[in-house]
Design a protein around this ligand. Structure first.
Ligand code: G3P
Length: 228
Protein backbone atom coordinates (compact mmCIF):
# COMPACT_ATOMS: atom_id res chain seq x y z
CA UNK A 1 0.00 0.00 0.00
CA UNK A 2 1.18 3.52 -0.84
CA UNK A 3 0.32 6.55 1.28
CA UNK A 4 -0.97 9.86 -0.01
CA UNK A 5 -1.66 12.84 2.23
CA UNK A 6 -5.22 14.20 1.97
CA UNK A 7 -4.71 17.91 2.56
CA UNK A 8 -3.99 21.26 0.94
CA UNK A 9 -1.97 22.46 3.96
CA UNK A 10 1.63 23.16 2.88
CA UNK A 11 3.04 22.76 6.40
CA UNK A 12 1.44 19.34 6.77
CA UNK A 13 2.71 18.31 3.33
CA UNK A 14 6.26 19.51 4.09
CA UNK A 15 6.29 17.69 7.41
CA UNK A 16 4.83 14.44 6.04
CA UNK A 17 7.14 14.51 2.99
CA UNK A 18 10.14 14.79 5.33
CA UNK A 19 9.21 11.45 6.95
CA UNK A 20 10.23 9.63 3.77
CA UNK A 21 7.10 7.51 3.22
CA UNK A 22 4.84 9.85 1.27
CA UNK A 23 3.90 8.81 -2.28
CA UNK A 24 1.45 11.56 -3.23
CA UNK A 25 -1.06 14.22 -2.20
CA UNK A 26 -4.80 14.57 -2.79
CA UNK A 27 -6.70 17.83 -2.46
CA UNK A 28 -10.32 18.79 -2.98
CA UNK A 29 -12.31 22.05 -2.93
CA UNK A 30 -13.23 21.60 0.75
CA UNK A 31 -9.62 21.04 1.79
CA UNK A 32 -8.51 24.13 -0.18
CA UNK A 33 -11.31 26.20 1.42
CA UNK A 34 -10.24 24.89 4.86
CA UNK A 35 -6.81 26.53 4.53
CA UNK A 36 -8.38 29.81 3.40
CA UNK A 37 -7.39 29.27 -0.24
CA UNK A 38 -8.26 32.00 -2.78
CA UNK A 39 -9.35 31.33 -6.37
CA UNK A 40 -6.55 33.48 -7.83
CA UNK A 41 -3.91 31.49 -5.97
CA UNK A 42 -5.27 27.98 -6.66
CA UNK A 43 -2.96 27.01 -9.52
CA UNK A 44 0.08 28.50 -7.79
CA UNK A 45 -0.82 26.59 -4.62
CA UNK A 46 -1.02 23.28 -6.50
CA UNK A 47 2.35 24.17 -8.05
CA UNK A 48 3.84 24.70 -4.58
CA UNK A 49 2.56 21.27 -3.46
CA UNK A 50 4.11 19.67 -6.57
CA UNK A 51 7.45 21.34 -5.78
CA UNK A 52 7.42 20.14 -2.17
CA UNK A 53 6.71 16.49 -2.96
CA UNK A 54 8.78 16.27 -6.14
CA UNK A 55 8.05 14.90 -9.60
CA UNK A 56 7.54 11.28 -8.57
CA UNK A 57 4.58 12.04 -6.30
CA UNK A 58 1.20 12.52 -7.99
CA UNK A 59 -0.78 15.53 -6.75
CA UNK A 60 -4.54 15.43 -7.30
CA UNK A 61 -6.19 18.80 -8.08
CA UNK A 62 -9.95 18.83 -8.53
CA UNK A 63 -11.96 20.38 -11.33
CA UNK A 64 -15.09 22.17 -10.11
CA UNK A 65 -16.65 22.35 -13.58
CA UNK A 66 -19.92 20.53 -14.24
CA UNK A 67 -19.88 19.93 -18.01
CA UNK A 68 -17.53 17.67 -19.94
CA UNK A 69 -16.06 20.46 -22.06
CA UNK A 70 -15.42 22.66 -19.04
CA UNK A 71 -13.91 19.77 -17.06
CA UNK A 72 -11.59 18.97 -19.97
CA UNK A 73 -10.57 22.66 -20.23
CA UNK A 74 -9.98 22.78 -16.48
CA UNK A 75 -8.06 19.52 -16.61
CA UNK A 76 -5.76 20.70 -19.40
CA UNK A 77 -4.98 23.87 -17.41
CA UNK A 78 -4.41 21.94 -14.18
CA UNK A 79 -2.16 19.40 -15.92
CA UNK A 80 -0.06 22.27 -17.29
CA UNK A 81 0.91 23.30 -13.73
CA UNK A 82 3.37 20.41 -13.30
CA UNK A 83 3.97 16.96 -14.80
CA UNK A 84 2.84 15.23 -11.60
CA UNK A 85 -0.62 16.83 -11.47
CA UNK A 86 -3.51 14.37 -11.59
CA UNK A 87 -6.91 15.85 -12.44
CA UNK A 88 -9.59 14.92 -9.93
CA UNK A 89 -13.00 14.50 -11.53
CA UNK A 90 -16.31 13.59 -9.83
CA UNK A 91 -17.99 10.32 -10.79
CA UNK A 92 -20.93 11.48 -12.93
CA UNK A 93 -21.85 11.28 -16.61
CA UNK A 94 -20.06 14.51 -17.55
CA UNK A 95 -17.10 13.40 -15.44
CA UNK A 96 -16.83 10.06 -17.23
CA UNK A 97 -16.90 11.74 -20.64
CA UNK A 98 -14.27 14.24 -19.53
CA UNK A 99 -12.12 11.47 -18.06
CA UNK A 100 -12.13 9.64 -21.40
CA UNK A 101 -11.13 12.83 -23.22
CA UNK A 102 -8.38 13.67 -20.71
CA UNK A 103 -7.03 10.10 -20.71
CA UNK A 104 -6.92 10.19 -24.52
CA UNK A 105 -4.75 13.31 -24.23
CA UNK A 106 -2.40 11.47 -21.83
CA UNK A 107 -3.63 13.36 -18.75
CA UNK A 108 -4.13 11.14 -15.68
CA UNK A 109 -7.45 11.36 -13.83
CA UNK A 110 -8.45 10.49 -10.28
CA UNK A 111 -12.21 9.77 -10.29
CA UNK A 112 -13.54 10.89 -6.95
CA UNK A 113 -16.80 10.66 -4.98
CA UNK A 114 -17.01 6.99 -5.95
CA UNK A 115 -19.41 4.97 -3.81
CA UNK A 116 -20.24 1.78 -5.73
CA UNK A 117 -18.83 -1.06 -7.82
CA UNK A 118 -20.67 0.04 -11.00
CA UNK A 119 -19.30 3.58 -10.62
CA UNK A 120 -15.77 2.21 -10.15
CA UNK A 121 -16.02 -0.11 -13.18
CA UNK A 122 -17.27 2.74 -15.36
CA UNK A 123 -14.48 4.99 -14.12
CA UNK A 124 -11.88 2.36 -15.03
CA UNK A 125 -13.39 1.85 -18.50
CA UNK A 126 -13.43 5.63 -19.02
CA UNK A 127 -9.66 5.64 -18.49
CA UNK A 128 -9.30 6.77 -14.86
CA UNK A 129 -5.75 6.26 -13.57
CA UNK A 130 -7.01 6.31 -9.96
CA UNK A 131 -10.42 5.61 -8.43
CA UNK A 132 -11.27 7.02 -5.00
CA UNK A 133 -13.96 5.20 -3.04
CA UNK A 134 -14.88 7.11 0.13
CA UNK A 135 -15.00 5.15 3.38
CA UNK A 136 -15.90 7.64 6.11
CA UNK A 137 -18.86 9.17 4.32
CA UNK A 138 -20.54 5.74 4.20
CA UNK A 139 -19.92 5.40 7.91
CA UNK A 140 -21.45 8.89 8.34
CA UNK A 141 -24.76 7.53 7.05
CA UNK A 142 -24.50 4.35 9.16
CA UNK A 143 -23.41 2.22 6.20
CA UNK A 144 -20.24 0.12 5.82
CA UNK A 145 -17.61 2.05 3.84
CA UNK A 146 -14.96 -0.65 4.19
CA UNK A 147 -17.28 -3.26 2.66
CA UNK A 148 -17.72 -1.01 -0.37
CA UNK A 149 -13.95 -0.66 -0.76
CA UNK A 150 -13.52 -4.42 -0.53
CA UNK A 151 -16.15 -4.94 -3.23
CA UNK A 152 -14.55 -2.33 -5.49
CA UNK A 153 -11.02 -3.76 -5.05
CA UNK A 154 -12.32 -7.23 -5.90
CA UNK A 155 -14.39 -6.13 -8.90
CA UNK A 156 -11.60 -4.01 -10.43
CA UNK A 157 -9.13 -6.86 -9.84
CA UNK A 158 -11.30 -9.19 -11.92
CA UNK A 159 -10.46 -7.35 -15.15
CA UNK A 160 -7.53 -5.85 -17.06
CA UNK A 161 -8.01 -2.12 -17.58
CA UNK A 162 -4.50 -1.34 -18.78
CA UNK A 163 -5.72 -0.69 -22.33
CA UNK A 164 -8.08 2.00 -20.98
CA UNK A 165 -5.66 4.06 -18.88
CA UNK A 166 -2.99 6.64 -19.67
CA UNK A 167 0.18 4.96 -20.99
CA UNK A 168 -1.33 1.53 -20.23
CA UNK A 169 -0.75 1.93 -16.49
CA UNK A 170 -2.85 -0.21 -14.16
CA UNK A 171 -5.72 1.65 -12.52
CA UNK A 172 -5.15 2.02 -8.78
CA UNK A 173 -7.73 2.17 -5.99
CA UNK A 174 -7.30 5.00 -3.49
CA UNK A 175 -9.09 4.35 -0.20
CA UNK A 176 -10.28 7.88 0.62
CA UNK A 177 -12.32 9.63 3.30
CA UNK A 178 -10.20 7.79 5.86
CA UNK A 179 -10.93 8.70 9.46
CA UNK A 180 -8.76 6.29 11.48
CA UNK A 181 -5.65 4.11 11.42
CA UNK A 182 -7.98 1.11 11.54
CA UNK A 183 -9.50 2.22 8.22
CA UNK A 184 -5.94 2.02 6.82
CA UNK A 185 -5.39 -1.45 8.30
CA UNK A 186 -8.63 -2.78 6.86
CA UNK A 187 -8.14 -1.13 3.45
CA UNK A 188 -4.63 -2.63 3.24
CA UNK A 189 -5.93 -6.11 4.12
CA UNK A 190 -8.50 -5.72 1.34
CA UNK A 191 -5.75 -4.85 -1.14
CA UNK A 192 -6.48 -1.16 -1.77
CA UNK A 193 -3.43 0.16 -3.64
CA UNK A 194 -3.27 3.52 -1.88
CA UNK A 195 -4.67 5.14 1.27
CA UNK A 196 -5.05 8.91 1.23
CA UNK A 197 -5.03 10.04 4.82
CA UNK A 198 -5.43 13.30 6.73
CA UNK A 199 -2.28 14.40 8.59
CA UNK A 200 -3.87 13.59 11.98
CA UNK A 201 -4.42 9.97 10.90
CA UNK A 202 -0.88 9.73 9.47
CA UNK A 203 0.54 10.79 12.84
CA UNK A 204 -1.59 8.18 14.64
CA UNK A 205 -0.39 5.50 12.18
CA UNK A 206 3.18 5.96 13.45
CA UNK A 207 2.21 5.55 17.08
CA UNK A 208 1.69 2.51 19.29
CA UNK A 209 1.60 2.49 23.10
CA UNK A 210 3.91 -0.55 23.22
CA UNK A 211 6.44 1.32 21.06
CA UNK A 212 6.36 4.21 23.55
CA UNK A 213 6.66 1.85 26.51
CA UNK A 214 9.49 -0.13 24.88
CA UNK A 215 11.38 3.03 23.95
CA UNK A 216 11.04 4.36 27.47
CA UNK A 217 12.48 1.11 28.89
CA UNK A 218 15.39 1.14 26.40
CA UNK A 219 16.24 4.75 27.31
CA UNK A 220 16.12 4.02 31.04
CA UNK A 221 18.32 0.93 30.64
CA UNK A 222 20.76 2.88 28.46
CA UNK A 223 21.09 5.39 31.32
CA UNK A 224 22.29 2.45 33.46
CA UNK A 225 24.88 1.59 30.80
CA UNK A 226 26.09 5.20 30.70
CA UNK A 227 26.43 5.30 34.47
CA UNK A 228 28.05 1.85 34.85
O1 G3P B 1 -10.10 12.33 -0.50
C1 G3P B 1 -11.43 12.61 -0.21
C2 G3P B 1 -11.55 12.96 1.22
O2 G3P B 1 -10.89 14.17 1.46
C3 G3P B 1 -12.91 13.09 1.77
O3 G3P B 1 -12.75 12.98 3.14
O4 G3P B 1 -13.33 13.22 5.49
O5 G3P B 1 -14.25 14.83 3.79
O6 G3P B 1 -15.08 12.48 3.89
P1 G3P B 1 -13.93 13.41 4.12
Amino acid sequence: MKFFLDTADLNEIEEAASWGALAGVTTNPSLYAKIGGKLDDFHAHIGRICEIVGPDCPVSAESVAMTRDEIVKDGIELAAIAPNVVVKVPTMVEGLAATRALADKGIPVNMTLCFSVPQALLAARAGARYISPFIGRFDDIADDGLQQVENIVRAIGNYDFTANTVNGEQVEIIAASIRSANHVTQAALMGADIATVPFGVLKKMVQHPLTDRGLDAFMKDWEKVLNA
